[in-house]
Design a binder for this molecule. Structure first.
Ligand SMILES: *[C@@H]1O[C@H](CO)[C@@H](O)[C@H](O)[C@H]1NC(C)=O
Ligand SMILES: *[C@@H]1O[C@H](CO)[C@@H](O)[C@H](O)[C@H]1NC(C)=O
Ligand SMILES: *[C@@H]1O[C@H](CO)[C@@H](O)[C@H](O)[C@H]1NC(C)=O
Ligand SMILES: *[C@@H]1O[C@H](CO)[C@@H](O)[C@H](O)[C@H]1NC(C)=O
Ligand SMILES: *[C@@H]1O[C@H](CO)[C@@H](O)[C@H](O)[C@H]1NC(C)=O
Ligand SMILES: *[C@@H]1O[C@H](CO)[C@@H](O)[C@H](O)[C@H]1NC(C)=O
Ligand SMILES: *[C@@H]1O[C@H](CO)[C@@H](O)[C@H](O)[C@H]1NC(C)=O
Ligand SMILES: *[C@@H]1O[C@H](CO)[C@@H](O)[C@H](O)[C@H]1NC(C)=O
Ligand SMILES: *[C@@H]1O[C@H](CO)[C@@H](O)[C@H](O)[C@H]1NC(C)=O
Ligand SMILES: *[C@@H]1O[C@H](CO)[C@@H](O)[C@H](O)[C@H]1NC(C)=O
Ligand SMILES: *[C@@H]1O[C@H](CO)[C@@H](O)[C@H](O)[C@H]1NC(C)=O
Length: 778
């Protein structure tokens, strides 16, 4: 450690900060009790405290789908407001937000004999901590909100009886967990597993008791633990002395040293922890680490036997992953969760006080039921790969991480360059995502909404800073002030480019309620399309405009890193062309991501040339070929980095109300992509297929033809000078077929096997333009 030459306040505070970091200090771990928890065993249910400011509880089971309204995705309903949650086997417990009393409920809500699952003896006692295990609950006496954070422990059993196939749970007082050696000890934390409870003793030390506690082999432990968590048969904790993770029972501590954890959570044979430095999750034990989310951070996590779910730091969305199966059968609802527990004490030195204004919910003044409560979350001080630290953690905001693509000077260059060997991975990742994005709804959370606002005004200057910081200062204001402006600009453009299609102005921020109304509550009859990543709806806005709204589903949102998304939006904002389906605006509220696009009233090219819609005459077909070529040329040539479409086909070319062709559903690749040329050439190939479809009217692959592949079928004919045989006979032949034969020649070049023999999109666009200009068609 370096000692500053002179002391000034800022040096002092940063050196203090550094000392604390090097001590791996954590004032406040979530342990097993937290804002999110799970019941394990047969009835796996996760619950979290929501971000509505009411501390309501949201629960979801294995099959909860989230495209429906939020209430129908809730698994168990009518749970009172909670301060904290802890899950046992087949049941969950919490501390009531208003009275600090314990409250437990069966994970299968209807099969519940005793609705409160707390023995009458303990129902009127206030508790500060609670820990549910397999068949028992232990809780620390004392008000949840008092400064005194230790007390003696009460335990009771939750007995389960199966009658006629129905599980009945009852709370009973017995002495299974009353241990004379601990009954008088004051504890400041408790965690429970299968037949044991462990507690952190106020004056230091860890004790475990209960019938199965001996197998943990916890003895003579004098450390205090800043974070403590139990799995089924193991306990792990972060020592507040060494900062190391120590484990007892049938799990080893993680092999990585020098990593501090601010939160731990245990399952049947695995543990996961939130790293202090960058808030990324790291897991150990029996699990496949490839399934653990990378590249974005969490504020709290919880585990059932084989699943872990967490609350993401970027957007407070829920995200779940399994230990050994990539298919996430836990699709959590799209509701935002509370980032932490509401407390009355002030935040510690390396914590920040979560500022509710970042949620951009005008009616929300606090995430807690009482104004005097606050949520203190652990500060991060590093960013995940591909991001640099643009501002450190402060009293009321976490550190801000900005995408390396926005790095402008030496202060971030070293961090960003450090990982530049992995830069390819990074962009690769994005590309994969954006291929999805083109067809799915990507919409920003408040951060990104603002980012795009800035982006669209400033992306040409390369000034976008889509960061949390700025969102605070520009969101809200923009939304109100610019609202009318934006419509004005859009309308202006609409009117000034009537035939070229509408090239709109700045993206507009929409309210969720506005889009809900415009789509009749996202009712199915408004759907324009349905993809694996979300739905597209036709929406009639209050101002008379008709737009297309793409709404991402939960899986898409959850498997997208918000920061990557931030970079995507930067790029999407730059895309403005009359032969491209342009973004008009977006909405990001309560976990939703909605993108508002220009509405293309005449559907897809495919619908017309292969489907039941009007078959399009030859002059229109040539114009559509030319315009879509220009749209793709724009993506390839005029954007920096260029965008590779990756999924060019007749159904991704849409027709606007003027029958203008518009390219949609594109992906993107940057110039850092080593195989950029190969990618551009494969777009040209795909475009050649579209030209063959336009010429012949047959599909790219059609088993009614021999060979079924349109290239194998058409190219030999073109090469033999028999291209006329390809011409679609469902529309009247033009007087002069010469332009169509030329179209065939262009297509033949575009689908050449050797990519280097293919022309560029610019060549194709200019040749087609010439054909259209010559106007010899009729
Ligand atoms: C989830 O769905 C599967 C099949 O779709 C069904 O077999 C299973 O019982 C469902 N589980 C729950 C908890 O509803
Ligand atoms: C506390 O909340 C519970 C559940 O909402 C309610 O039943 C109870 O009456 C409340 N108690 C007080 C003292 O407000
Ligand atoms: C068990 O279920 C059967 C039919 O499902 C019913 O006839 C019987 O009365 C039930 N027994 C009890 C004890 O509830
Ligand atoms: C103790 O552990 C065994 C095996 O892990 C388990 O079957 C039993 O239910 C546990 N005891 C209690 C009281 O939970
Ligand atoms: C407990 O630990 C202390 C110091 O770590 C050691 O001196 C003492 O002998 C230990 N006691 C037992 C019973 O192991
Ligand atoms: C560790 O915990 C003990 C007991 O709670 C406390 O007295 C001590 O100050 C803590 N040490 C650090 C470094 O936080
Ligand atoms: C991990 O899983 C494997 C295969 O399921 C099993 O054989 C092994 O015992 C497990 N190890 C632990 C520590 O649970
Ligand atoms: C995951 O592992 C658990 C325990 O090892 C096992 O019960 C479960 O079937 C496994 N699931 C898959 C999909 O392999
Ligand atoms: C944390 O930041 C430092 C620079 O401040 C960097 O050297 C280090 O690699 C970062 N660690 C991680 C895990 O990103
Ligand atoms: C580097 O740029 C950031 C903004 O991107 C700015 O805040 C910072 O002061 C700059 N640092 C230097 C050393 O110029
Ligand atoms: C929260 O953020 C808003 C907007 O930036 C700011 O006006 C307010 O003072 C902040 N609240 C606290 C407690 O810092």
């Amino acid at each position: 450690m370096q000692i500053p030459f002179k002391f000034n306040p800022s040096q002092l505070s940063s050196s203090v900060f550094f000392i604390l970091l090097s001590f791996c200090y954590s004032a406040n771990g979530f342990g097993t009790m937290g804002p999110i928890s799970a019941s394990f065993g047969e009835y796996e249910v996760f619950c979290s405290i929501d971000a509505s400011g009411k501390q309501d509880v949201i629960c979801w089971g294995k099959n909860a789908t989230s495209l429906q309204t939020s209430s129908s995705s809730s698994y168990v309903t009518n749970i009172p407001a909670m301060s904290a949650l802890s899950g046992g086997e087949g049941f969950l417990c919490g501390i009531l937000a208003n009275t600090s009393q314990a409250f437990c409920w069966a994970a299968t809500s209807k099969q519940n004999a005793d609705p409160v699952l707390v023995p009458a003896l303990y129902r009127n006692t206030a508790y500060s901590r609670i820990a549910a295990g397999k068949n028992h609950v232990c809780a620390v006496r004392g008000s949840y909100y008092s400064d005194r954070d230790s007390g003696t422990v009460d335990c009771w059993e939750v007995s389960k009886k199966r009658k006629n196939g129905t599980l009945t749970l009852t709370a009973v007082v017995n002495d299974l967990f009353s241990d004379q050696s601990v009954v008088n000890l004051e504890m400041n934390s408790v965690v429970s597993g299968e037949g044991f409870t462990c507690g952190g003793v106020r004056d230091g030390g860890l004790v475990c008791w209960g019938p199965n506690s001996t197998s943990l082999k916890v003895s003579n432990v004098s450390d205090s633990f800043s974070v403590l968590s139990a799995g089924r048969t193991a306990v792990c904790g972060v020592s507040n002395v060494s900062g190391d993770v120590r484990c007892w029972g049938d799990i080893e501590p993680p092999t990585t040293t020098e990593v501090c954890f601010v939160s731990l959570s245990g399952g049947a044979h695995h543990f996961c922890g939130v790293r202090e430095d960058n808030h990324v999750v790291q897991c150990w034990g029996n699990l496949s680490s490839s399934l653990v989310p990378k590249g974005y951070g969490f504020l709290a996590i919880a585990s059932s036997d084989y699943t872990t779910c967490g609350i993401r730091e970027d957007d407070l969305l829920l995200d779940c992953w399994l230990v050994n199966a990539s298919k996430a059968d836990f699709d959590p609802p799209l509701e935002l969760s509370s980032p932490g527990l509401c407390k009355s004490s002030s935040c510690g030195v390396n914590e920040f006080d979560f500022n509710v204004s970042v949620l951009n919910e005008p009616d929300l003044t606090s995430l807690c039921v009482r104004q005097d409560l606050r949520i203190c979350s652990p500060c991060g001080y590093n960013c995940s790969q591909g991001f640099f630290l643009s501002s450190p953690c402060t009293r009321n905001s976490d550190r801000v991480c900005t995408a390396c693509s926005l790095c402008q000077n030496s202060s971030c260059l070293s961090v960003c360059r450090l990982h530049s060997s992995n830069g390819f991975f990074h962009w690769h990742h994005i590309r994969r995502w954006v291929v999805i994005v083109g067809s799915s709804a990507l919409c920003l959370l408040l951060i990104l909404v603002c980012g795009c606002f800035w982006g669209c005004c400033a992306c040409s200057r390369g000034q976008l800073h889509g960061t949390k910081k700025q969102s605070k200062s520009c969101i809200g204001k923009h939304e109100q002030e610019d609202h009318d402006d934006v419509i004005g600009i859009s309308n202006g453009h609409l009117h000034s480019f009537p035939s070229a299609g509408s090239c709109p102005g700045l993206p507009q921020v929409f309210r969720l309620s506005e889009l809900k109304d415009a789509t009749n509550g996202f009712k199915e009859f408004n759907e324009l399309g349905r993809g694996s990543h979300g739905f597209v709806y036709k929406a009639n806005l209050g101002d008379g405009r008709v737009v297309a709204v793409k709404r991402a589903n939960a899986a898409t949102i959850i498997h997208t890193n918000n920061r990557e998304f931030e970079m995507e939006l930067e790029i999407l904002c730059k895309i403005r062309h009359c032969n491209v389906v342009n973004l008009l605006g977006y909405c990001a509220e309560m976990g939703e991501r909605l993108l508002v696009y220009e509405y293309m009233s005449h559907g897809t090219l495919s619908d017309h040339i292969h489907g039941g819609l009007s078959p399009l005459n030859w002059s229109l077909r040539l114009k559509i070929a030319m315009q879509s070529a220009k749209g793709v040329e724009y993506l390839h040539k005029e954007l920096l980095p260029p965008i590779v479409h990756k999924d060019l086909k007749s159904s991704s070319i849409l027709l606007d109300s003027e029958w203008g062709a518009r390219v949609s559903d594109f992906g993107l690749v940057t110039s850092s992509d080593k195989d950029l040329n190969g990618d551009l050439e494969s777009d040209v190939y795909s475009f050649g297929i579209v030209l063959l479809e336009i010429l012949s009217g047959r599909k790219a692959h059609d088993i009614d033809f021999d060979p079924p592949n349109v290239v194998e079928w058409a190219v030999p004919l073109i090469k033999q000078g028999k291209a006329a045989a390809l011409i679609d006979r469902s529309v009247a032949l033009p007087r002069n077929v010469e332009p169509l034969l030329k179209l065939g020649d262009i297509a033949e070049l575009a689908v050449r096997e050797n990519p280097s023999e293919r022309p560029s999109m610019s060549d194709i666009a200019s040749w087609l333009e010439q054909i259209v200009k010559d106007g010899l068609i009729l």
